[in-house]
Design a protein around this ligand. Structure first.
Ligand SMILES: CC(C)(COP(=O)(O)OP(=O)(O)OC[C@H]1O[C@@H](n2cnc3c(N)ncnc32)[C@H](O)[C@@H]1OP(=O)(O)O)[C@@H](O)C(=O)NCCC(=O)NCCS
Length: 284
């Protein structure tokens, strides 16, 4: 009998998409010059930008070591409450992520851990970097640190050869949607409407290259203009974030993908903004 490699061995995760410029942030001068660099030059320069941003707040950012696992786990346990609790990790998982993937630690001047992010081990053949845990202390809310360390983690994954970053995100984690979709340019690529164990969630992904990181971030003012000028249901789709049936239909048909979320208002359910897959030149 001849041995045949299973097809799965050849699966490649080559995600690509491009959000239209008329809903995305224009490049700042420094981003425009970073975009001219080689991939390695881009990574080095952008990492420095992030170190500077973090230092400005009196914080330091570094790779996690195994000694950080228990203290980082304490922060995670305080930040993952209520409906996020069932996605639990423990300190042992964190050691695994640190050893085989990577971990990032944000510390204040008293060496207290005030932010962390962990990535699962990379799958070498598919070159995917998988986000597992992001937590920022409530004392830093609104300082942009959640987005900042997620971006740093993208740079590390890119540096190590990953082509795609992916993760799971609960439908009601609106702040995390805002960070990933709007501030960093990710996309909600699949919908999981009814897992008994975990509730309703999406998988969320981002191609890892400089253009994808710079050119897919949402400008909410431009988005408003786009919505006013184009046709709902044809050029785009607006759906309340708790319209499970509408979102299920959208992802079953595979014709629209969610790329942005509206501004968050206290006590209001925000809206998801989706674009036709062909406009995004979406492929996987
Ligand atoms: C989600 C989490 C990591 C966000 O981190 P953060 O550093 O507080 O968030 P940021 O400061 O980066 O906020 C991002 C944006 O949301 C805005 N924002 C923050 N809190 C907000 C609120 N309650 N209402 C509206 N906007 C808010 C910020 O002003 C910022 O907007 P800007 O970039 O336009 O200035 C953090 O809240 C957390 O640890 N949550 C619990 C664990 C979790 O959900 N992890 C993610 C799992 S996918």
């Amino acid at each position: 009998m001849i041995y045949k490699e299973p097809d799965i061995a050849y699966k490649k995760h080559l995600l690509s998409y491009s959000k239209p410029m008329d809903i995305c942030k224009s490049l700042s001068e420094s981003d425009a010059s970073a975009s001219q660099l080689t991939k390695n030059g881009f990574i080095t320069s952008y990492k420095q930008t992030i170190y500077d941003r973090v230092n400005k707040y009196g914080l330091t950012l570094r790779l996690a070591t195994e000694d950080d696992a228990e203290r980082a786990d304490c922060l995670i346990q305080t930040r993952f409450q209520n409906n996020l609790k069932r996605t639990a990790t423990n300190a042992y998982d964190l050691i695994r992520f640190i050893k085989f993937g990577h971990g990032l630690i944000l510390e204040n001047s008293e060496h207290k851990i005030v932010g962390c992010l962990f990535e699962e081990p990379y799958n070498e053949s598919e070159k995917i970097s998988i986000s597992r845990r992001l937590a920022i202390d409530s004392s830093l809310t609104g300082m942009g640190m959640g987005g900042t360390i997620t971006l740093f983690s993208c740079l590390i994954a890119m540096e190590r050869g990953a082509l795609v970053k992916t993760g799971l995100i609960k439908i009601r984690n609106y702040l995390s949607h805002l960070i990933h979709l709007n501030n960093l340019g990710w996309i909600l690529d699949s919908f999981y409407p009814n897992s008994d164990e975990l509730g309703v969630f999406f998988s969320i992904s981002m191609p890892l290259n400089p253009a994808a990181l710079l050119e897919n971030r949402i400008d909410l003012n431009k988005l408003q203009t786009f919505i006013a000028e184009k046709k709902n249901g044809v050029d785009y789709c607006l759906t309340k974030c708790d319209d499970f049936d509408g979102i299920t239909k959208m992802y079953d048909n595979n014709d629209f993908k969610i790329v942005a979320i509206s501004a968050l208002e206290e006590g209001e359910v925000p809206e998801f903004f989706a674009l036709p897959s062909e406009v995004l030149r979406y492929s996987m």
